[in-house]
Design a protein around this ligand. Structure first.
Ligand code: GDP
Ligand code: MN
Length: 389
């Protein structure tokens, strides 16, 4: 789960990481008042679950309260398109108004999980800021790394060694080492998959200040952090994802035109690969999991059909705990209460498969069945290419 910059800054602050003073505003007038209260100059920053705002007009440095108001007016209630949002962008509902900092240098700090090493990796670079992706691609040797022990954590000498490599003066090096230590504590204690400060600004008196803040939380650990879980912003989650969440289903939106209903994440991946091999691409996938009941299947199928990109449906189920007859009943129930004429290809295997096939066949709904996975994928690819023609 992602949270907004201003929320991540509150978390950082509670872990002793210095952040600029700021206020959140939902209207241009609130942004103007915030600028007056904070003192000028200020930066006005669009709050969306995506980075790349600086290059896209979502971060504006202004000298007056009136300018803060017009900067906020230009951002609020409109989509902001950055290289991380996709072409449709994200609607900006709030801006963060903050005291502007006099930045001498922008440092990058980030912590994520290194799966190959099975340990958190702490990264730092003296070349932080909006070009960090370019640095990572072209001069990766300018990003320094330390691996923390999952049991012991990041040792103090590792934080200092990392800070030392940034080529800063002694005072600033100490300040940065302290930020690294605190960022690691924030990462570990809130169960993050990513904690990032880009940039960490080195300001004129040599202090370090987190100008930007990003925290991605591990969904599987959210139950331990009800306060953070409650920050979830429905504005940032698509309606269909929200709807799926209500029924404990996993719905992931993709950019092709085949709707996929599967059980289990592994089967979902394999299904997408097969669809790709057959020359088509998935519009989404809906994972109904292992223990779905008829009602969940019905809602799931409904959600999948509500995606207007879907031109054909591929149902790929290996029934174990989820019995094939339950699946078939759910699908038939969903198609009964809505008009639809999309081709549906079904590949069913496992518990009660005969019963499941019988229910589908007797429904009179014209589902196409396939007995092997590759046959099913070929059928569905054929179906979408016909739709296109
Ligand atoms: P992002 O583009 O979404 O990552 O947004 P950031 O919060 O990182 O801001 C982008 C860039 O705007 C930063 O790298 C800075 O160069 C600049 N910026 C942001 N806040 C300030 C500030 O207070 N003072 C100055 N001078 N520049 C800032
Ligand atoms: Mn940034």
């Amino acid at each position: 789960m992602k949270i907004h910059e201003f929320q991540a800054k509150e978390v950082f602050s509670s872990f002793g990481i210095p952040v600029p003073t700021g206020k959140v505003a939902a209207t241009p007038a609130e942004a103007r008042d915030a600028a007056r209260a904070l003192g000028l100059p200020v930066v006005v920053k669009a709050q969306i679950y995506a980075g790349g705002r600086g290059k896209a007009g979502g971060v504006r440095l202004v000298e007056s309260a009136e300018e803060a108001e017009s900067a906020a007016a230009a951002m609020l209630d409109r989509p902001l398109v950055t290289h991380q949002t996709g072409p449709e962008g994200r609607i900006v509902k709030r801006v963060l108004v903050e005291n502007a900092s006099d930045i001498e240098q922008e440092v990058y700090l980030g912590i994520t999980i290194d799966r190959a090493r099975r340990a958190p990796v702490v990264m730092a670079s003296p070349a932080g800021g909006v070009e960090i992706e370019e640095i990572a691609r072209k001069t990766p040797e300018r990003i320094f790394k330390e691996w923390a022990s999952p049991q012991i954590g990041l040792r103090p000498f590792q934080a200092h060694r990392l800070a030392d490599r940034l080529g800063l003066n002694a005072k600033t090096t100490r300040a940065v080492a302290a930020v690294i230590t605190n960022l690691y504590r924030a990462f570990a204690e809130t169960d993050c998959t990513l904690a990032e400060i880009n940039p960490l600004a080195i300001v004129s008196d040599g202090a370090a200040l987190a100008i930007d803040a990003k925290l991605n939380l591990d969904d599987n650990a959210l139950f331990r952090h009800p306060d953070l879980a409650s920050l979830r912003d429905p504005n940032e989650i698509s309606d269909l994802e929200l709807e799926a969440g209500k029924y404990n289903l996993n719905y992931i939106k993709l950019d092709g035109n085949v709707g996929c209903l599967v059980n289990g994440a592994g089967l979902a991946m394999a299904t997408m690969d097969l669809i790709g091999l057959a020359g088509a691409s998935p519009a989404n996938f809906l994972d109904v999991g292992g223990g779905a009941n008829e009602e969940m299947i019905e809602h799931g199928f409904d959600i999948l059909l509500s995606d207007s990109d879907v031109e054909a449906v591929f149902i790929n189920i290996f029934g174990g705990i989820l019995r094939c007859d339950i699946l078939a009943r759910g699908i038939v129930a969903a198609t009964r209460h809505r008009d639809f004429d999309l081709p549906v290809v079904i590949r069913l295997e496992g518990t009660n498969v005969e019963e499941g096939r019988r229910i589908l066949a007797e429904s009179g709904l014209g589902f196409r069945s396939a007995s092997t996975l590759s046959e099913a994928a070929a059928l569905v690819a054929q179906a979408v290419s016909k739709e296109a023609a």
